[in-house]
Design a protein around this ligand. Structure first.
Ligand code: G3P
Length: 218
């Protein structure tokens, strides 16, 4: 499963990219607003695209088809790694079709149902982003959506990649893998949690204390 980092924070991106643990980045207007301050987001987008060797999702903020397509073309022109993110609305689907037909990869975001995911695939989306955590937030079963989309996409041979998003904790990542999600976009905090296990810490402690007894060096 491909791992994307869900952030616009360059320090976090470089930390994960240095460890070669990520296959790409996803951003959204809220994540950009957290880091941009007075800077032009397009400058930040270029730095992010140069920091990773993989797809970087950059979101439009227009609401009608034509505005989304023109913003999408500007975002795509920033760097070859750019993937244009559009919302799963009627205009978003139309913009998706137009951009994909022009050769621009598109990530259709804010997906909350399998019927929405069907339309994203039929609009030619490269990625679809079902928001698992936000469904859990309203007492729904976010992972059930991943399961349904996987089943429908496999039933009809859609090649849109499922990008599990709005990830809250490591079990969302584990379940996404077990359900066959193609990608998962993870906040930095959760990415580093994935590396943690108390038995690893305890085992290392025991090894080192046993070795210390030797007073030997490698
Ligand atoms: O970037 C898209 C998505 O992963 C954000 O989800 O719910 O953490 O804001 P959330």
């Amino acid at each position: 499963m491909k791992i994307f980092l869900d952030t616009a924070d360059l320090d976090e991106i470089r930390r994960a990219a240095d460890a070669n643990l990520i296959d790409g980045i996803t951003t959204n207007p809220s994540l950009v607003a957290k880091v941009a301050g007075k800077r032009d987001p397009k400058e930040i987008y270029l730095e992010i695209c140069e920091a990773v060797d993989g797809p970087v999702s950059l979101e439009v903020v227009g609401l009608d088809r034509d505005t989304m397509v023109s913003e999408g073309k500007k975002l795509a022109a920033i760097h070859e790694n750019a993937v244009v993110k559009v919302p799963l609305t009627e205009d978003g689907l139309k913009a998706c079709r137009a951009l994909v037909s022009a050769g621009t990869p598109v990530n259709v975001t804010l997906c909350f149902s399998v019927s929405q995911a069907l339309l994203a695939a039929k609009a030619g989306a490269t990625f679809v982003s079902p928001f698992v955590g936000r469904i859990d937030d309203v007492s729904g079963e976010g992972m059930q959506l991943i399961h349904q989309i996987r089943q429908v996409y496999d039933n009809y041979g859609f090649d849109t990649q499922i990008l599990a998003a709005s990830i809250r904790h490591p079990m969302h990542v584990v379940e996404s893998m077990l359900m066959g999600s193609d990608c998962c976009t993870i906040p930095p905090k959760v990415l580093w949690q994935l590396s943690k296990h108390p038995l690893t810490d305890r085992g290392l402690e025991a090894f080192l204390s046993d070795w210390e007894g030797l007073g030997a060096k490698i």
